[in-house]
Ligand binder design. Structure first.
Ligand SMILES: *[C@@H]1O[C@H](CO)[C@@H](O)[C@H](O)[C@H]1NC(C)=O
Ligand SMILES: *[C@@H]1O[C@H](CO)[C@@H](O)[C@H](O)[C@H]1NC(C)=O
Ligand SMILES: *[C@@H]1O[C@H](CO)[C@@H](O)[C@H](O)[C@H]1NC(C)=O
Ligand SMILES: *[C@@H]1O[C@H](CO)[C@@H](O)[C@H](O)[C@H]1NC(C)=O
Length: 397
């Protein structure tokens, strides 16, 4: 130790502090309840979220001691949050080559389905049916899953061996959810030069149409589908979440956008995300308070809106219902609610298109009516009623 007495004790303490923090972060009592792919309402007021929500935290990594974390443990609301889990920049070796892949996809074009999860996939049997309706050369599946979590049941069937290497800890209220999505995009770009459209999904998402219908919709489009909303309630707080002027000069408030994290990006835009360092240098900073900290809902819409707004359809095709939202989470359909009527009603609903000035003048947008292709959130036990109606309702177009 370099420190002379009498400071050595103090220095030792200083050295131990980070260790203590790391230890706190990997403490296995906390985990996420929503698969780590949290979508947060962009148009819903979140009141007292910290007070009413259980602490949802995904920790881990592959550091040590064989602690198994199941998807059922949740801390009571009163438990103080551990220190923010900051995002690392150690994905550069993955991102840099991904940013340089050929922008033109090889034929036949494929869809990349990217599942961001910290739990087993409750709807795996449904996805299995979905993917089995089509030849294997039309899609790829990628899973970002924390390696230290226990996934029971494990990823099997079409999900077998689809967890991307280098999956890392993710946690709500932190930029780690951005990192995980960028990792998925980069991995998919490098893995298959036929990947054309990149869809982000959570474990509580289900398909609303057949694979072929979805495929045709995406392959026909040369634009990304990503919700891009300007001047949403609370936008200024979200922009200033890292400090009053922390986002300047890279991200002026006028350029800040909000939208669902469940996007579908073109190959061109996936590359754009992999190559970005400018906005990431800001969005990777930890928030000062968590009540306005949803970086994954800000980074992607802001980046695409700044770099290529006309290459985007500013809407998400993953249906969600915020009307019955509870504790900051959207409505979760229970098994007893699931039936043909629900699926057909979700399909009939129309996406909300962003209105950020650029698109106001885009008359083609006003006429658009894109179909919802996925929906969330469904309780895990919905799998039974969903399987009963899958062939006759969901996969019939
Ligand atoms: C963790 O789970 C694995 C696989 O189920 C099991 O083999 C191992 O014994 C468990 N470890 C602990 C510490 O519970
Ligand atoms: C979906 O499209 C593929 C390729 O055209 C075809 O082989 C397959 O039979 C179709 N599946 C269904 C269920 O129509
Ligand atoms: C965890 O790390 C060890 C040693 O680095 C490695 O052998 C093992 O494959 C890793 N496990 C996972 C699930 O990544
Ligand atoms: C998308 O396709 C349309 C018509 O097919 C074309 O005019 C437009 O330039 C294309 N846009 C991009 C970004 O490739």
């Amino acid at each position: 130790m370099l420190c002379p007495n009498p400071f050595s004790l103090f220095c030792a303490l200083l050295l131990c502090l980070p260790l203590a923090i790391i230890f706190t972060i990997i403490t296995p009592t906390t985990t996420t309840t929503n698969g780590g792919a949290a979508y947060v309402p962009s148009s819903t007021t979140r009141k007292n979220k910290a007070a009413v929500n259980p602490v949802v935290l995904t920790t881990l990594g592959n550091q040590t001691n064989g602690i198994n974390i199941t998807s059922t443990t949740t801390l009571p609301a009163s438990t103080p949050l551990p220190p923010p889990l900051t995002a690392e920049d150690d994905d550069e070796p993955l991102l840099r080559p991904a940013a340089r892949v050929n922008p033109d996809p090889k034929s036949p074009r494929k869809l990349a389905f990217m599942f961001l999860t910290t739990t087993p996939l409750p709807f795996a049997p449904l996805w299995e049916l979905y993917f089995n309706q089509t030849p294997k050369n039309r899609y790829n599946i990628y899973v970002h899953a924390d390696p230290r979590l226990k996934y029971d049941p494990p990823f099997l069937g079409v999900f077998k061996n689809r967890v991307i290497p280098g999956s890392k800890p993710t946690r709500r209220y932190s930029p780690t959810l951005i990192s995980a999505a960028r990792r998925l995009l980069s991995h998919a770009l490098l893995h298959d030069s036929s990947n054309y459209m990149f869809t982000l999904l959570s474990p509580s998402c289900i398909p609303l149409h057949s694979f072929n219908y979805t495929y045709d919709t995406f392959i026909r489009s040369n634009k990304s589908f990503i919700e891009i909303l300007k001047n949403e309630k609370g936008a200024r707080d979200r922009w200033a979440a890292r400090g009053q002027h922390a986002m300047l000069p890279e991200v002026p408030f006028e350029d800040f956008r909000i939208g669902s994290q469940f996007f579908v990006l073109t190959r061109k835009h996936a590359r754009m995300v992999a190559s970005d360092t400018r906005l990431w240098s800001k969005f990777k900073l930890p928030c000062l308070k968590k009540s306005s900290c949803y970086p994954e809902e800000h980074y992607f819409p802001t980046l695409l809106s700044m770099e290529d707004p006309r290459g985007c359809v500013p809407a998400t095709l993953t249906h969600v219902d915020w009307r019955g939202s509870h504790d900051g989470h959207p409505r979760t359909y229970s098994a007893s609610e699931v039936g043909p009527e629900l699926i057909l009603a979700l399909r009939r609903d129309k996406p909300r298109y962003g209105n950020d000035g650029i698109h106001d003048s885009d008359s083609s947008l006003i006429k658009r009516s894109d179909p919802f292709l996925f929906a969330r959130k469904f309780s895990p036990d919905s799998i039974e009623p969903l399987m009963r109606i899958a062939s006759e309702v969901m996969f019939k177009d």
